[in-house]
Design a protein around this ligand. Sequence first.
Ligand code: ADP
Ligand code: 5GP
Length: 225
Amino acid sequence: MSDAASLRNSAFPLIFAAPSGAGKTSIAQALRERREDVVFSVSATTRPARAYEQEGVHYFFRTEEEFRRMIAEGQLLEWAEVHGNLYGTPRWNLEAASASRKHLILDIDVQGSRLVRLAVPDAVSVFVLPPSGAELTRRLVGRASEALEARTRRLQAARHEIAAAAEFDYVIVNDDLETSVGAVEAILNAESTRTKRLAALPELVDRLCDEVDQYLAVEQGKPAQ
Ligand code: ADP
Ligand code: 5GP
């Protein structure tokens, strides 16, 4: 392992929030395909599965009774009611990511983001904005995953979510997907080198100073040229 890699403390979680349709799932998916140091947080939800969604891959689909049992048993790091359904982050996601030293990517709503930031101060939060209201609507319609009523509900919620953008550490306007993924990679890379995250920095600094001292001693012991 290089000095730079061994300096790093455990990998920090990355929270993504956005109004529905802004593109956070697309960004998270692209990130997962190109980096091995990230792992997606699979949430539990009472929402019915979309045609393409698989149990344990996109969500853990639960009945409301099962979901409430998870809450009662303290299995969820956070949970919230979003668009009329319950969603929550299982604690084991964080534990597993931490054990494998990977960044846990959480695609959660604004309420959940607040709770995770409180519970895990190490987390970095990113808010994804659509380039315009018209484009947000176009993407929601294009995704064709919701009936008109559900889509209207999501657009109404979008107004409230957008108003919370300034609470986040970073804001990305998802115009071009490739540019947005690059911006998130830049955030991950820069945050990984933050001084406060480098647990082994004092030892490395001591060792480098010792090494420089040894060279200085040799230099000073040499006859002047
Ligand atoms: P969210 O997870 O925020 O609800 P999705 O990632 O599901 O949003 O994206 C909503 C729709 O918009 C999808 O059909 C997706 O392919 C599309 N989309 C995402 N990002 C972009 C982009 N930068 N440009 C055009 N379409 C996009
Ligand atoms: P969707 O139904 O489109 O998959 O997700 C709807 C909303 O629920 C999105 O804003 C998504 O980020 C949010 N969400 C998904 N999982 C969780 C979770 O575990 N906790 C919270 N608080 N929100 C979630």
